[in-house]
Design a protein around this ligand. Structure first.
Ligand SMILES: [Zn+2]
Ligand SMILES: [Zn+2]
Ligand SMILES: [Zn+2]
Length: 175
């Protein structure tokens, strides 16, 4: 009996198994095995869940990787410790690259590229943080963690910096 009981969407839903390429863990051992897309709904919450798992199952391999819309989320390299990060889609739909080694949730753009926070142009000391407004969780901005700096830039869910706004984000680069 396979460990991958959740795979039975192939039977009930009539979906074909989607193969997402070779399993990298198996490939490293010289074994040919594929990653298959697992998708199902959480029975209690109805929340869709999806990821890719090695077709050999948990006992023989156990490799899993997150997917987004049926595609494998590319990994990244943690800017802090150079470890391989894991792409994650957060509840609000934003993307992160989580580093298990140093437990850093790196910001990521739409394509899961890691975003390095810009240095605050005012104090030149702190890295800006990416936030959303409390009242409007869909409105994002970058700002210095030091409130006294008072500079910020409008942003979006993918962490870009919007420069075309007439907001008082024009930095005072010189001291
Ligand atoms: Zn495998
Ligand atoms: Zn790291
Ligand atoms: Zn600052």
């Amino acid at each position: 009996m396979s460990n991958l009981v959740y795979i039975d969407t192939t039977k009930s839903g009539g979906n074909k198994q989607t193969i997402l390429g070779p399993c990298p863990l198996c490939a490293g051992k010289g074994i040919n095995s594929n990653l298959v897309l697992i998708s199902y709904k959480n029975k209690e919450t109805g929340e869709p869940i999806e990821f890719a798992a090695c077709e050999l199952g948990k006992e023989k391999c156990g490799y899993t990787i997150n997917t987004c819309n049926g595609k494998i989320i590319p990994s990244g390299i943690c800017p802090k410790c150079q470890s391989t990060t894991k792409g994650i889609v957060k509840k609000d739909g934003s993307h992160r690259q989580l580093c298990d080694q140093c437990e850093t949730w790196n910001l990521a753009d739409e394509d899961f590229n890691i975003i390095i926070p810009p240095k605050c142009p005012k104090c030149g000391e702190h890295e800006w943080v990416h936030r959303s407004k409390k009242e409007k969780p869909n409105e994002f901005y970058w700002t210095c963690p030091n409130k006294e700096c008072g500079v910020y830039a409008k942003s979006d869910i993918w962490c870009s910096i919007h420069t075309d706004d007439d907001e008082p984000k024009k930095k005072k680069a010189k001291k």
